[in-house]
Design a protein around this ligand. Structure first.
Ligand code: CAA
Length: 445
């Protein structure tokens, strides 16, 4: 059977940057370490006034198509995953196709287009849709363009404001992929939750503390469900675990929980037992509270062991490098975690070919999905072709006054016009409104 997976990836960051310890923390009267150490963030990417989910998505997709030499006829589907959509009917993929048609001779009239919504997990769901479409044999030799694009902005003063971000990830899903093969096995943890939602409003209503607990609970269910089809996961079998990363501190919690789970009943648990005892088992406790206390105590001790810290430094920490500099990209977040890890391997001369990534996606509301990916032999050329470091370096560093103005300019309830802070170059830009309230775009040479 032919393999199906991600053939290529491209990333497009918002052109502005908000320095969290340097600019944000002093305005909030907080210690810079709350951001750098607690949340694990140095900066957020932010959209300039001419950027939005369409421009960033189209720019990532254009870079990808151009680099891979793809033409519109090679693409049979365009799926956009976003939780920042501005239209309840016309999908963002039609706007992005319209942009791309400005720079390609041929059109995308033959391509099936859609928009996926389930908070941040929609990017992974779109990958799954593309995978299923190809596996079903409906692709006629074509691939699918999956674009995860978001302006993850919170209301000014919301606790989530520190975790904002803006950017897009474009992926080409095809047979015989160059980057990773997707596994057929998946595990889900899904429940009706009210942790983060946007009931017909631009900025989210968030129960921040609860959202952290819901993330962990759904992720644990997804792991158990995955193991029920794929067998027990063992730490030695995994090169990296890219998680959905709203902020790196969240992944620190997920990594610890995951490690406890995948080392249970293994030789690793036995070896650790000499130092910190064995993991508490529910059946050994009369009441839930005592069991929970024992688990908390075990986790606190586990976190301090060399064995855990080495595993975390090798398997989880490399997935967080980009996220630390860009914040939360919602639907794109887990996909930049994958790239971060592979980029780390490339920069350290490690050959990942044939190795396994366990990918933990999450969307509020809430659902987690776990699946495995196998790294393909051309992965290094794909990762080497990215220019994300240059893009991050080129971002305009916002002052607090700039930030306030540009946040207002993106607020749908405010009618604020601000000067562009950067000069667009070879990219799509927002170009005003059409007669039916639609957004217009043009390509700037
Ligand atoms: N030095 C070092 N660490 C410090 C510190 C200092 N001076 N000050 C605070 N910290 C630590 C805190 O101890 C805490 O770490 P732990 O959780 O490990 O204890 C961390 O910094 C954050 O501090 P607070 O909890 O006090 O921060 P907060 O209450 O202002 O906000 C938040 C945290 C609730 C997560 C908020 O950022 C938020 O609401 N974010 C949006 C929701 C979100 O991202 N949820 C994540 C799960 S949901 C999801 O993943 C979907 C999605 O993309 C939105």
């Amino acid at each position: 059977m032919t393999t199906v997976g991600i053939d290529a990836v491209e990333i497009w960051t918002g052109n502005l940057k908000l320095d969290l310890p340097g600019t944000f923390a002093p305005e909030k009267g907080e210690a810079p370490e709350k951001y750098t150490k607690g949340l694990g963030l140095n900066a957020s990417s932010f959209p300039d006034s001419y950027e939005d989910i369409v421009t960033m998505g189209a720019n990532a997709a254009y870079r990808l198509m151009d680099r891979k030499g793809l033409e519109p006829e090679d693409i049979g589907r365009i799926d956009v995953a976003t939780e920042s959509a501005f239209d309840n009917s016309k999908p963002v993929s039609t706007y992005i196709a319209g942009c791309l048609e400005q720079v390609y001779e041929n059109d995308f009239h033959h391509a099936n287009k859609g928009e996926r919504k389930f908070a941040c997990i929609a990017g992974t769901q779109s990958l799954d849709d593309a995978y299923n479409w190809i596996r079903a044999g409906r692709n006629r030799g074509r691939g699918a363009l999956v674009i995860a694009t978001d302006t993850a902005l919170y209301a000014r003063g919301d606790a989530g404001e520190a975790t904002q971000g803006a950017g897009a990830v474009a992926m080409y899903i095809a047979e015989d992929p160059d980057l990773v093969e997707l596994s057929a096995d998946q595990g889900y943890g899904s429940a009706d939750e009210t942790d983060f939602l946007k009931p017909n409003q631009q900025f989210p209503s968030v129960d921040g503390k609860r959202s952290v607990q819901v993330y962990l609970a759904r992720m644990r269910e997804a792991l158990e469900d995955y193991e029920s089809v794929a067998g027990d996961v063992h730490p030695d079998d995994l090169a990296f675990i890219p998680f959905h990363t709203p902020f790196p501190g969240m992944v620190r919690k997920a990594g610890l929980l995951g490690y406890r789970h995948i080392t249970r009943d293994t030789a690793i648990e036995d070896e650790l037992a000499e130092e910190i005892g064995r993991q508490p088992r529910k059946e050994a406790f009369d009441d839930e509270e005592a069991f929970r206390d024992a688990v908390r105590e075990y986790m606190d001790a586990l976190k301090e062991t060399d064995r855990y810290q080495e595993w975390y430094a090798e398997t989880i920490d490399p997935t967080l490098t980009l996220s630390r500099e860009v914040g939360n990209w919602y639907t794109g977040s887990v996909h930049i975690a994958r790239v971060s890890a592979m980029k780390h391997a490339l920069e350290n001369g490690r050959d990942l070919t044939g190795e396994t990534l366990l990918v933990g996606s999450y969307g509020s509301g809430a659902q987690a999905e776990i699946h495995a990916e196998t790294v393909q032999e051309n992965w290094a050329e794909e990762i080497e072709a990215l220019n994300i470091d240059g893009q991050l370096e080129a971002r305009y560093d916002l002052s607090w006054e700039d930030y306030e103005e540009v946040h207002d300019a993106h607020n749908h309830d405010m009618d604020v016009d601000v000067e562009e802070l950067t000069t667009p170059h070879e990219e799509f830009v927002f170009d005003g409104w059409g007669r039916m309230g639609e957004r217009k775009y043009r390509f700037v040479e």
